[in-house]
Design a binder for this molecule. Structure first.
Ligand code: PGA
Length: 248
């Protein structure tokens, strides 16, 4: 299902609502969380739901999708820092995991992380952003569809964009949840906003399914919700209408 909403605020509010509904229905859900600019207001809205006690968080298992290798969690470029600043400092203490990448053995941490996701029963719900190169998590173009959590080399366009976003240089490697792990989620919510995502959204949803565009694999997911703003939906509007995919 594709939902086209007016702007980033509406996309993020809808995502926060989906998360709240999931936790009302199944308080002990395992949920995968993204980072980046797209979900910032989702976390703000969700923290408000949590503070007003509409949702209980004591049994939830949150997992982040990825983390840069080599940063401590107090480094302001790390996703651990991002999550604390944007969500976890604003809500009661919850069960939350993010790959521990300040280690000499990131490969082992990737294995352990995958095991932890399995022990939690896999993801009930997985939120994803999308890179302009089609990455989901840090699964860059060329990543195998059968990948589980692994050490990934970041694409030059990702490094360039994220460096610009953060305002300082970032590591070249990360640990990311794999594509198979993502596809095993019981529900996936893909979020995209802004004109710079219009092309990749149309490629991911309407072109061939190929590892060269990792997000294209989502066409095969049986329970996929896509939240777009008007700008990111610009190139798919007419085709998606044809398939009755929009706002059913
Ligand atoms: P963004 O990042 O939300 O900052 O656009 C998305 C991503 O790279 O997955």
């Amino acid at each position: 299902m594709i939902k086209i909403l007016k702007n980033l605020e509406e996309v993020d509010l809808e995502a926060a609502r989906i998360l709240a509904k999931q936790l009302i229905l199944k308080p002990n859900s395992a949920v995968a969380l993204p980072t980046g600019l797209t979900p910032l207001k989702m976390y703000e809205a969700f923290a408000n739901f949590a503070r007003s006690k509409i949702v209980e968080l004591k049994d939830v298992h949150f997992f982040n999708l990825d983390e840069y290798i080599g940063l401590t969690k107090s480094d302001s470029s790390s996703y651990a820092y991002y999550m604390r600043a944007n969500l976890f400092s604003k809500i009661a203490k919850v069960d939350h995991r993010i790959p521990k990448t300040n280690t000499l053995d990131p490969e082992k941490e990737a294995l352990d992380y995958e095991k932890a996701i399995r022990s939690a029963g896999g993801f009930d719900l997985c939120f994803l952003g999308i890179g302009v190169d089609g990455h989901i998590g840090f699964n860059e173009p060329g990543t195998s569809f059968s990948s589980v959590t692994h050490v990934a080399n970041l694409h030059s366009s990702t490094i360039e964009r994220n460096t610009k976003q953060i305002g300082k240089s970032i590591p070249r490697k990360a640990i990311t949840v794999g594509i198979k792990t993502i596809m095993n989620s019981r529900r996936i919510v893909l979020m995209a906003v802004g004109i710079e995502k219009a092309k990749v959204i149309s490629q991911a949803l309407l072109d061939d399914i190929t590892p060269e565009l990792p997000a294209s694999v989502l066409q095969l997911h049986p329970n996929l919700t896509i939240l777009l703003d008007e700008e990111s939906a610009q190139k798919i509007n007419s085709s998606a209408n044809e398939f009755h995919l929009i706002n059913p």
